[in-house]
Design a protein around this ligand. Sequence first.
Ligand SMILES: [Zn+2]
Length: 359
Amino acid sequence: MATKWPSVAYHFHLDREVTIAEAIEMREGDDPRAGDIWCHAECYKGEPRTGNRLFPVNLPSCPYFRRGKRSYTRAVDCEFERVMLSKGESYRFAQFYHDLLVWLNSGDGKENPSELFHISGVEESKSKVADIVISHTEKAPIDWTETRIIIVDKNRRRKASNEHTLVIDITHWTDSQLADFSNSGIRKMIDEWNQLLAKEAERGRQQEERTQYDAEEMKWIENNQLFILQARAIKHRTKLRYDHHDSNRKKLQASIEPQISGPEERVSEITIVEARAALTQLDIDDNIREMKRKKSLIGMSEIVVARKIKAAHEEVERKTRIGTNPHRRVKLGYYTYDFAYLENLSKEYTEGTLSESGY
Ligand SMILES: [Zn+2]
């Protein structure tokens, strides 16, 4: 029933919202009157007045506010009800929407919304992705310009569509909590706003960390050009050799296939062909093994290889200082390389003479 008829309404005498239960309690004896009750404060106070006058109905299973009999036939005269219908939402939604809109537009009270949320404008939104859109002042200490608000009661398909959206879910609110906007509603709005600020701060922090990491890496590359160049050269040489083995493998593969499938009559020839094929297969396996050994180095990034080379140099220096005589070499993937080899390779690379052959 809560979605079919309102369960919270504006009570003129109390000048606040009341629940249907409260309204029924206000009745004196059998007198059905409970005061002057309207759909929303704004509708009642509007000049000219809009909205609908409401009357409590004490249906024991589900009490509700009904509209005045004369207004049954007329089209919706309440702006908030119109919004509710267009969003596929409930009367509870309409009440909260009204309360929130009125509060956001107010400049008074101990919690000042325009200061709290840096408001330069509040707009009702007809779109699916927002009910209310707050525009922020230029001086706002945030880096987005507007925040969307979605209020959800019964239409659960309504979800945030961007990161600057506050979703206020009132599905589990009781009618008295709904009627108490100045406490529950305001606190909820402030809480959701603070959550958004915290999420944004966290994202900013992560972004900064990434930028800093990138900057550190750039600096490392700049200061270690020697090792970067060696890494580039050894990666290049390894890739050339990998490709060389790969093309060998393909050629060998192609050379045995037609012979095996060819029609051979004489036993002795078949034996020769088979023997050749077996030898070729060994060659193919050799090439595949070489390729496998090169794969891990090819897969490493240049900076990772460079860091490994530098670490090996530092290790050698450390060992030299304590008087041992270490091997001047580094393990990169499957193979281990002498420092002198890498230095020579980077020289060849710089000169443009690096090929797949050579030591
Ligand atoms: Zn209304």
